[in-house]
Design a protein around this ligand. Structure first.
Ligand SMILES: [Zn+2]
Length: 401
């Protein structure tokens, strides 16, 4: 295991006037305490404590200052630089991260103000750091020091995070096992790969979990709508939170199982559809459902990424166009007579009907096998348009069989 560290950036979303003032107060008190402690040449934590204790700051900011000031005073720090903007530092216990995927801005951070007062603010993370946020939220990454600062009138929080990852084995003599991962509705996740002869093997579907998530989501919509109609906004919110926690638990269970499934094979590679290219290909009733479905994708992707890294398993993405509409055997565009059924219309092909999610998972794995993992250009935005394209080739089968 190796410990990796990253600084996560969260932009605090439009604090209202009250919160903006509180953040500014914290920043000012921090700057004053820092300058005073530096001016008093505090070279020890207890000397710094005697100075910073007098300022209206949270214990988390004071504790961070106690550690920081002796480092400054011990070094060759130019006091003039003190007037530059210094971020407000907090020890990790003071900051909390929460996720409410049902809200337009799903992430929230708790920022200490002074001893018995803190602020919760919605925060926009860097999308590239989603896996880190999921790991932090699940307690699979550790939070370190946090730093609050403003830049051009906007507030940001930097969170130092660490987690363990398995170093990838460098012996590449073993051939890879690309495992196609299809994330869907009926089956929440479907995985499948090809054996050394190229035959589809050991498919696994998480059908029950797909059903549970659908039911919880429906309960959420009907119950919160009813509660909101009756004016019980607060009950609706807390009830919604508990339902989403149950969904998150299911997603965590499933993503852990997917990674454990992959780990049993030789040199596994998890192959996912490139999220930035995903267009909905299932008909959803409402915009809301669509957005929440997107949320499920993003959340599961982030969880799969960090859990795979923990076990040293690679994750690759491929172009998603037509993965659910092409035959994994002959490459022909087929039909979907039912949600769970793929039908190949090529009379020469032995495939008549096939489990649709397994067919899609195989196509995803085959894209990687065919070396398309780095193909970024995109020829068809929509999975429903049959205009041909470069993805009609069946898998390049290994020559051993
Ligand atoms: Zn076929």
């Amino acid at each position: 295991m190796t410990e990796v560290t990253e600084t996560l950036e969260l932009k605090l979303v439009e604090p209202n006037a009250h919160k903006h003032r509180k953040l500014s107060e914290t920043k000012m008190a921090h700057q004053q305490a820092l300058e005073a402690a530096f001016g008093a040449e505090c070279t020890t934590q207890s000397a710094a404590n005697d100075v910073v204790v007098n300022y209206n700051l949270s214990g988390y900011a004071k504790n961070a200052l106690k550690k920081y000031v002796p480092q400054l005073c011990g070094g060759s720090y130019d006091s003039k630089e003190l007037h530059d903007d210094h971020p407000v530092r907090f020890t990790n216990e003071g900051v909390r991260l929460d996720h409410k995927p049902q809200n337009a801005i799903g992430w929230y951070v708790k920022i200490p103000h002074h001893d018995d007062y803190h602020l919760w603010l919605p925060a926009q993370p860097n999308p590239e750091q989603r896996a880190w946020l999921e790991a932090l939220h699940a307690g699979d990454a550790k939070m370190g020091e946090c730093r609050l600062f403003d830049r051009g009138g906007e507030w940001y929080l930097h969170v130092v995070a660490t987690r363990d990852v398995e170093e990838r084995s460098t012996s590449s003599s073993a051939s890879e096992t690309p495992i196609g991962v299809d994330i869907g509705e009926a089956s929440l996740v479907t995985v499948c790969h090809r054996d050394e002869c190229g035959s589809p093997t050991t498919p696994n579907l998480w059908n029950d979990e797909g059903k549970q998530v659908r039911q919880l989501r429906e309960t959420y919509f009907t119950a919160t709508r009813r509660l909101q109609k009756r004016g019980s906004e607060r009950i609706a919110e807390s009830y919604g939170d508990s339902l989403w926690r149950q969904i998150d638990d299911i997603l965590h269970t499933v993503t852990s199982e997917v990674v454990a499934y992959a780990a049993q094979f030789e040199n596994p590679v998890l192959v996912l559809e490139d999220l930035t290219h995903i267009r909905e290909n299932i008909d959803y009733g409402s915009f809301m459902n669509r957005r929440l479905h997107g949320w499920g994708f993003a959340k599961m992707y982030a969880q799969l990424r960090y859990k795979a890294a923990e076990m040293g398993i690679r994750v690759e993405t491929v172009n998603p166009a037509y993965t659910s509409k092409s035959c994994h055997c002959c490459g022909e565009r087929g039909t979907r007579p039912a949600q769970a059924t793929f039908r190949c219309t090529n009379p020469e092909c032995w495939v008549r009907e096939y489990q649709a999610d397994v067919n899609a998972a195989l196509n995803i794995a085959d894209r990687y096998l065919n070396g398309e993992s780095h193909l970024r250009e995109h020829t068809g935005d929509d999975d429903s348009v049959g205009d041909g394209g470069p993805f009609d080739r069946p898998a390049r089968l290994p020559s051993r069989c």
